[in-house]
Design a protein around this ligand. Structure first.
Ligand code: C5P
Length: 218
């Protein structure tokens, strides 16, 4: 583990990217390496969607989604159903509701305010949640490669779906996330782009560590 507390400047690391780009795996590994807490912000949106569904409301009921976001409790983030394929789609639908985004923004910023710093991964971390993050990474990979990886991951969890169906999901979700008017998926101007199409997890981690070590306080 690295020594972080040089000069007591918090190390906030913002990791954004499209669906199944590998940003979650990478973020977890970075957080462990630098001894920082990690928040997968996609889980917050998934948990709001699941709360809406469990309460019997429709996903286009914006008021129900806003209420679910305002009263979200951390315990919900451990529900294994959040990782299901359908929940990614549902999360993407409620994530365009401005009241949902503003309720979750406060949650995420509280997390990022940790004294030593934090690692957050999502879609708008470098642009909206932590615009002053010391390090910003934008992780991409070709859609076909992302579909292949997500397919393997779902298979391991026992969900059977075709790669083609996952690719269609990913393309639709990217388009929706990039086109929404509030906090769309987009690389911050000062983010470092990392294309992991031809990188295995170790190589992606080494590349990310390089960027972080060049940018963290010395
Ligand atoms: O990252 P994950 O696939 O779990 O995210 C699910 C959905 O939640 C995304 O497709 C996106 O619509 C939404 N999301 C978001 N902003 C974030 C994280 C996730 O809008 N910071």
């Amino acid at each position: 583990m690295s020594d972080l507390h040089v000069g007591d400047i918090p190390l906030v690391i913002a990791i954004d990217g499209p669906a199944a780009s590998g940003k979650g795996t990478l973020a977890k590994r970075i957080a462990a390496h630098y001894g920082l807490p990690h928040l997968d912000t996609g889980l917050l949106y998934r948990a709001v969607a699941l709360t809406v569904i469990d309460a019997g409301y429709k996903l286009d009921d914006h008021q129900a989604a806003a209420r679910a976001a305002a009263s979200l409790i951390a315990d919900r983030l451990a529900d294994p159903r959040l990782r299901e394929r359908a929940m990614g789609e549902a999360a993407s639908r409620i994530s365009s509701v401005p009241a949902v985004r503003s309720a979750l923004l406060a949650w995420q910023q509280r997390f990022a305010g940790n004294a030593a710093g934090a690692v957050l991964d999502g879609r708008d971390i470098g642009t909206v949640v932590c615009p002053h993050a010391r390090v910003k990474l934008f992780i991409t990979a070709a859609p076909e490669e992302r579909a292949r990886r997500r397919h393997l991951e779902l298979q391991r969890r026992g969900e059977t779906t075709s790669v083609g169906a996952i690719l269609a999901d990913i393309v639709a979700r990217d388009a929706r996330d990039a086109q929404r008017s509030t906090a769309p998926l987009k690389a911050a101007a000062d983010a470092v782009l990392l294309d992991t199409t031809d990188l295995d997890p170790d190589a992606a981690f080494a590349a990310a560590r390089d960027v972080i070590d060049r940018n963290r306080p010395h």
